[in-house]
Design a binder for this molecule. Structure first.
Ligand SMILES: *Cc1c(COP(=O)(O)O)cnc(C)c1O
Length: 400
């Protein structure tokens, strides 16, 4: 018989313990490391057993588009970590975002979302949903009155990410959840930047939480993945059927990589976060750096809110290099350890220039509205020694 890890009481276990053991179901071989079930389907001892499986009378797997034992371990570990009743993994973070929205929306519905969002999330909200008769209103997420004013009787979903990409703005999740619930709408939180360790959106009132597991959860630049976390009711009423019938399924191989990634998530986030805080302070002391944004620094516009709803400032630091685009490019090109990339949440420190990459499609006015100036760069801090990162930044700033 397969044996399952049963936590004594998940609410009393620390996240570090759940990251290692949560969701583990061992095969009869009793393997130490989670088994990788790289299979499309399953076989049955007889036709009656197959019928029972299809009727749902016998719990078990039918086809890996609907569920797979390795994927199920990853989902359960994520659910325990976030304090959710249920989780469903997807092929990418965007598949998770898309599924969390489309599984419940229909023509005539309305969505309110914060303007500062990961680029592809804005595509879905602004370009795709309206094609199917779903209207979206984008608001300044830090302005609670704007959320209230945007809500309509047909508003079904409020959507936000916090801290936001790339300006690390903090949105008051609890306050927005209260406004959403007063309207009878659900709040979906994209919790990628905070990671499952530094912010608990369900405790703040979120109804659905989504992740790109591509980021810190893998954290080693290998594979894409996503997760939707919610109540069991939401899965039964909306998500399960959507995923089953439309098929944005994660490969069991990728789910296995992500399971192994979770085991070291705590150590990696702790290290990267501590280096990020060090780098933020070092950057603030540099005359060629015009502005530093780090949620736990006292000069962050929402430092108090950040400390209220997060347990750490995170692994990203955003700053403005003097000299606009030219200054930012000179700085980026002079870096020797930190690499230029559009990705984040990796063991390697990565620098992004949003104005020419992730936010390049927006007009200069729209970028200004989002606080993305031409000198602004986003640094995703990795696992290198912090002294080497500080030296790299100090020497590269000389080129500005
Ligand atoms: C990366 C990212 C996504 C999309 O995830 P993919 O795995 O790349 O599809 C969504 N939201 C945020 C905040 C992200 O950083």
């Amino acid at each position: 018989m397969a044996s399952k890890f049963v936590p004594p009481d998940p609410s009393t276990l620390h996240p570090e313990t759940l990251l290692v053991h949560g969701g583990t179901t061992r095969s009869p071989y009793g393997e130490t490391s989670e088994a990788l079930y790289l299979t499309q389907g399953f076989v049955y001892d007889n036709a009656e057993a197959c019928e029972a499986r299809f009727k749902g009378e016998d719990p078990g797997f039918v086809y890996s588009r609907y569920g797979n034992p390795t994927t199920a371990m990853f989902e359960e570990r994520m659910a325990l970590l976030d304090g959710a009743e249920a989780a469903r993994a997807t092929a990418s973070g965007m598949a998770a975002v898309n599924a969390s929205l489309l599984c419940q929306l229909k023509a005539g519905d309305h969505v309110v979302a914060a303007r500062a969002l990961f680029g592809s999330c804005r595509w879905i909200l602004e370009d795709f949903l309206p094609r199917y008769g779903v209207e979206t209103t984008l608001v300044n997420g830090t302005d609670l009155d704007a959320w209230k004013a945007a809500a309509r009787p047909n508003t079904k979903i409020f959507f936000l990410e916090s801290p936001t990409n790339p300006t690390l703005e903090i949105i008051d999740v609890k306050a927005v959840a209260d406004i959403a619930h007063a309207q009878g709408a659900l709040l979906i939180v994209d919790n990628v930047f905070a990671t499952p360790l530094l912010q608990k959106p369900f405790e703040l009132g979120a109804d659905v939480v989504v992740y790109s597991a591509t980021k810190h959860i893998d954290g080693q630049g290998r594979c894409l993945g996503g997760v939707v976390l919610s109540s069991q009711q939401f899965v039964t009423d909306h998500l399960q059927t959507f995923l089953r019938q439309t098929g944005p399924s994660i490969s069991p191989f990728n789910a296995w990589v992500l399971l192994k990634g979770l085991e070291t998530l705590g150590l990696r986030v702790e290290r990267a976060q501590s280096s990020a805080a060090t780098l933020a302070d070092a950057l603030a002391a540099e005359p060629k750096v015009e502005k530093v944004l780090y949620p736990f620094r006292a000069d962050h516009p929402q430092a108090a809110l950040a400390r209220r709803q997060m347990t750490g400032g995170g692994t990203l630091v955003t700053f403005v290099v003097g000299g606009g685009k030219e200054g930012a490019f000179r700085f980026a090109n002079a870096l020797k350890v930190i690499r230029i990339s559009n990705n984040l949440g990796d063991s390697k420190s990565l620098l992004t220039h949003p104005a020419t990459t992730t936010h390049q499609r927006f007009t200069p006015e729209a970028r200004a509205e989002m606080g993305i100036s031409d000198g602004l760069v986003r640094l995703s801090v990795g696992l290198e020694h912090p002294d080497d990162l500080v030296s790299d930044i100090v020497q590269a700033l000389k080129a500005v």
